[in-house]
Design a protein around this ligand. Structure first.
Ligand SMILES: [Cu+2]
Length: 263
């Protein structure tokens, strides 16, 4: 049977919605906490300049709505998350996402863009136990997750929604780590990142020809590469024990074999 985990979410999904604005934009955020919610929630945008990234201004008890606005001063790819204490619990429960602040001239065009976030799930039951899982506050505080996941659940980017591209296309992955605790060694097996915007700094020149990029909890990176050879590629955190706890995604590249490059 399936393992089931009761998430807390932004807009019913994990990660939360991908938000895309431009530097200089004023972002208006309305946070409404559902009537049947169990507790207060809020949102801290790492893209915001101001106390708590908006956490205090948006703190909402069940049934309440609060709004605030911020001017996006710095381009980049930023994490947002709930910041109600214990913050690690709200993040582990699924309350994280990414907001892209594009530079004045936007990002260079690519053929495909993807949104991938890494997170951890802490449960009383061991990895793979079927049925409704119980969150473990003890394992959370000891940083002993049972699950590591891309986009919210085991299999999200493998059997359910693999990334897809064609030979010759350029791919951009907006990669973030919700965490709450573990740094990712993000890698795509069989590919080399042509460009990496390390720490998601878009205003710095990208690194070129990179195998693995370190992405801290509460941080992000943008990676770009051309798909030259068809086949199945595997997104991983190269701390590969985590692959045994659910952390993997597929990029499926379709097209003609390229025996002069690989074969
Ligand atoms: Cu929350």
């Amino acid at each position: 049977g399936d393992s089931v985990y009761r998430y807390w979410t932004f807009n019913g999904r994990v990660p939360g919605p991908f938000i895309r604005v431009r530097v200089g934009d004023t972002v208006e955020c309305y946070l409404r906490n559902a009537e049947d919610s169990w507790m207060a929630h809020n949102v801290d945008f790492h893209a915001a300049t101001g106390p708590g990234g908006g956490a205090v201004l948006t703190t909402s008890m069940p049934g309440e709505e609060h709004a605030f606005r911020f001017k996006a001063l710095n381009p980049g790819l930023y994490v947002y998350h709930c910041a109600v204490p214990p913050v690690a619990m709200h993040i582990a429960a699924g309350m994280y996402g990414l907001i892209l602040v594009e530079p004045e001239d936007g990002l260079a065009p690519v053929d495909k863009e993807f949104y991938v976030m890494q997170g951890e799930i802490y449960t009383e039951e061991p990895f793979g136990t079927p049925g409704l899982l119980t969150e473990s506050y003890d394992k959370l505080l000891n940083e002993r997750p049972e699950y590591f996941v891309f986009n919210g659940h085991v299999g999200a980017l493998t059997e359910h929604f693999p990334l897809k591209a064609k030979v010759g296309e350029t791919v951009r992955i907006f990669f973030g780590v919700g965490g709450p605790n573990f740094t990712s060694s993000f890698h795509v097996i069989g590919e080399i990142f042509d460009r990496v915007y390390q720490a998601a700094s878009i205003t710095s020149p990208p690194l070129t020809d990179v195998q693995t990029v370190t992405v801290p909890s509460g941080g992000a990176a943008i990676v770009e590469f051309k798909c030259e050879v068809p086949g199945q590629y595997v997104l991983v955190d190269h701390a590969l024990s985590r692959a045994e706890r659910g952390l993997a995604g597929y990029l499926i590249v379709e097209g003609e074999e390229q025996p002069d490059i690989f074969g």
